[in-house]
Design a protein around this ligand. Structure first.
Ligand code: DBV
Length: 248
């Protein structure tokens, strides 16, 4: 069992209950990847598994799950809506390294600074954010250039105790995901062609940024090599650009 397995299990079960889930293709060689790190007593097997689904309104729902013993556990879980909707992305980056836990949960906005967008997609989340932030203190500095991609309800924390991850962080993850599915239920297709263009541009900006700056690049490159890592990032984790290129 891993620290983040219950998060993944909960998410998949909830999505299966609430949405018309279908499988989303995972490129060959990326469903599961294994390696062994360290020597002697410090030897540790590191397994990375991928999980992916789609639904009528959600283009790609995907998770990367890394299990490598007590001091290497990661669940990166992101939902990319169909760009005909103005829905935010659901983004969770749950990371345990030798230095401790690092937790990022948000509904990442397409239009961070539009009051109407905040009213629609951030304001309803603020009570959930505030309830959890009381117990999960602000995680400190993060890259300035990432700021446009986070909402004012960004839950960002570095808990000291693993138990806090298992309890408070787990509840926060469940609350955010449930609230997100409420947005999905209510989402209506955007018919204005200018707005459709803006949505697609905003999605491309987000995906481009995340592919370029993926904080896991170093870890994956050390574990599985550069070729595998770049293909994993561009061909699966942040694949929008490739998918658009093959459509047209
Ligand atoms: N992060 C990913 C993916 C991961 C992943 C796909 C599959 O986007 C893991 C794995 N995140 C991961 C790892 C680390 C972080 C850190 C392994 C630790 C890196 C290290 O210390 O070596 C939110 N994740 C982080 C950090 C932030 C986030 C702010 C700290 C990075 C730093 O200080 O430089 N989530 C992350 C982020 C965005 C997001 C930057 C931007 C939109 O959604």
């Amino acid at each position: 069992m891993s620290l983040y397995q219950p998060f993944l299990d909960y998410a998949i079960a909830l999505l299966q209950k609430r949405l018309n889930l279908e499988p989303y293709p995972i490129p060959e060689g990326f469903e599961r990847k294994e390696t062994t790190t360290g020597k002697g007593k410090r030897q540790e097997q590191v397994i990375t598994t991928s999980h992916a689904f789609k639904s009528p309104k959600l283009r790609q729902i995907r998770a990367a799950h890394v299990r490598g013993g007590n001091s290497l556990q990661v669940l990166n879980f992101v939902i990319f809506p169909e760009p005909i909707y103005d829905l935010p992305f659901f983004g969770a980056d749950l990371v345990t390294l030798p230095g401790g836990h690092l937790i990022a949960i948000d509904m990442q906005p397409l239009f961070r600074d539009e009051p109407g967008y905040q009213e629609k997609y951030t304001k309803p989340i603020l009570p959930i954010f505030q309830a959890h932030q009381e117990h999960l203190s602000w995680g400190g500095d993060f890259p300035e250039e990432a700021k446009p991609f986070f909402s004012p309800a960004f839950l960002w924390t570095r808990p000291q105790e693993t138990e806090v991850v298992e309890t408070r962080v787990f509840t926060a993850f469940c609350d955010y995901l449930q609230a997100y599915l409420g947005f999905v239920d209510r989402a209506e297709p955007i018919t204005d062609t200018q707005r459709q263009k803006e949505i697609l541009q905003a999605q491309m900006r987000y995906v481009g940024y995340r592919a370029e700056k993926d904080p896991a690049r170093g870890m994956f490159t050390r574990l599985y090599g550069q070729e595998w890592t770049e293909e994993y990032i561009h061909g699966f984790l942040f694949d929008l650009e490739r998918k658009l290129a093959t459509q047209s």
